[in-house]
Design a binder for this molecule. Structure first.
Ligand code: MN
Length: 257
């Protein structure tokens, strides 16, 4: 199986190397990941700059072909599909992101954006993230995710991931939940995000605002990714790139028929 690996934290991120340890157990891996940190770039692509590709070598995986691309996560997948790969991959894996991608955060996530780009090419894709605590002193160990993510991926591949199917997986905060609880397949929470902006000292260039450190959700509904992850479970959410509101198609359709 040919696997394309990418992320949004950049090619030097610990999470990418941990996912490489997962991916190499399943097939022949090529890494095309952003040259620099690209979190919260969602599905952005680069229009006005060239995409500069740099060769990269992982010390622990010297045989793996790897490229650091000066671009966004979705650029990495697009350029791989069109130019960099000899043949289309059978699977795209994105992550492991440092920080949960659940609820509304899925919309901002470059990790999920890269996987969604793969889905547009009808390639099965899985996005992996690890929740990080607000305690900045605590650094999650990405290697802890290798075993559970390997087991999950084996189960998913055995069952079969359909062409263009997109799966979002999160591991709970290791500080609160050192041993993750059983995986839950659940829907994306629609809870609102309570983030804040700090107003900083103003100068001749204008008022400055900086996004705050806290990024919390309003009370999530039960049986959602936010709720299960908070309770220490691994979450698995199949998502889709179809933005159509199918429920409203008929109602508005009747207005214009
Ligand atoms: Mn990230």
């Amino acid at each position: 199986m040919r696997i394309l690996l990418t992320n949004d934290d950049g090619i030097e991120a610990a999470g990418l190397e941990a996912l490489l340890a997962v991916a190499t157990q399943f097939g022949e891996v090529t890494v095309v990941a952003p040259h620099t940190h690209q979190s919260a770039q969602s599905h952005a692509i680069t229009l006005t700059q060239p995409l500069v590709a740099h060769k990269f070598c992982f010390d622990a995986f010297p045989a793996v072909r790897a490229i650091g691309l000066e671009g966004h996560p979705a650029d990495c997948v697009r350029l791989s599909m069109r130019n960099l790969l000899d043949a289309p991959p059978d699977l795209v894996l994105s992550g492991i992101n440092a920080g949960a991608n659940v609820g509304m955060n899925i919309h901002y996530s470059g990790t999920v954006g890269a996987a969604a780009e793969a889905a547009m090419y009808n390639v099965p894709a899985v996005a992996f993230s690890v929740a990080t605590p607000f305690d900045k002193e605590f650094q999650p160990d990405m290697n802890v995710a290798i075993e559970p993510f390997t087991t999950l991926l084996a189960t998913l591949l055995d069952a079969g991931i359909a062409p263009g199917e997109l799966i979002n997986i999160n591991l709970p905060n290791q500080q609160r939940h050192p041993a993750p609880k059983a995986p839950r397949v659940c829907r994306q929470s629609q809870a609102r995000v309570q983030d804040t902006y700090r107003e900083e000292q103003s100068d001749d260039l204008g008022h400055r605002f900086h996004i705050g450190d806290k990024f919390e959700f309003d009370s999530p509904s039960s049986d959602t990714d936010v709720e299960w992850l908070r309770n220490g479970h691994i979450t698995i959410t199949p998502i889709t790139i179809d933005n159509t509101d199918h429920g409203e198609l008929k109602r508005f359709g009747s207005l214009f028929s």
